[in-house]
Design a protein around this ligand. Sequence first.
Ligand code: HEM
Length: 245
Amino acid sequence: MEEGVLGEKVRKHGQGLGSLRMGTVVLVQGSTWINEYIAELFVAGANTTTTALVWAMTELVRNKDVITKIEEEIKREIKSEKLNESHLSKLPYLQACVKETLRLHAPVPFLLPHKAKETCEVMNYTIPKNARIFVNVWAMGRDPQVWDDPLSFKPERFLGSNVDYKGQNFELLPFGSGRRMCPGLPLGSKNIEFILASLIHEFDWALPNGEDPMKLNMDDKFVITLKREKPLQLVFTPKQASSIG
Ligand code: HEM
């Protein structure tokens, strides 16, 4: 049960998607189809990552205790003043915050459309050949039969748990699963972790004009990705050098 627009194009041009995923695309001047792939990678990567990042910042600014725990984790685990990518693996609580954000706010709520190549049975449902399949990962991430207190932002639920978004745990599929799952998962998730960690390490966060974070508008709208309806505005104040590291 597989088909995707990008994959279709790659096959049409006789290339394996592997080369794109391994990052070995060679730019050929005037080659429209390669330029199209590069453009698609930007579209696929930029919108999704920024959408998730803005939701993560929204949830964090509403949960000051979570920001404090990330600050403490960074202080405890990382001795240097500047953060770099190799530090991220030492920050499980921060990773749990990203998982919790993607559980509540999957940027691609129905994944990309899939198509059944053959008629098949899934959990007693018959899926006819050529049916378009949309997987509602947004609802799966909020299913009260699976998640305790599903609408609350509780990164702790992932501490000491093996549940991950790598496609093996079907209750958490913000990047999809299987052969057509997102090839940008490592880049996207590390980017979000790194930007959040750096902003928390170096700045104090607040809403403008002393607004109450709990009154922040949480409405969303679907424009390529499921993003905040209203832009998020935050005021970042540099921390005193003595309080960093
Ligand atoms: C938080 C960040 C991201 C999220 C939540 C996300 C999510 C997804 C999802 C749900 C799919 C469809 C999977 C399916 O239908 O089974 C997908 C496909 C894809 N994503 Fe991402 N993505 C992210 C970041 C990125 C980045 C950074 C890149 C590249 C630089 C990227 C490149 C792609 C590509 C090329 C596909 C199509 C794969 C195919 O058709 O086989 N994504 N992504």
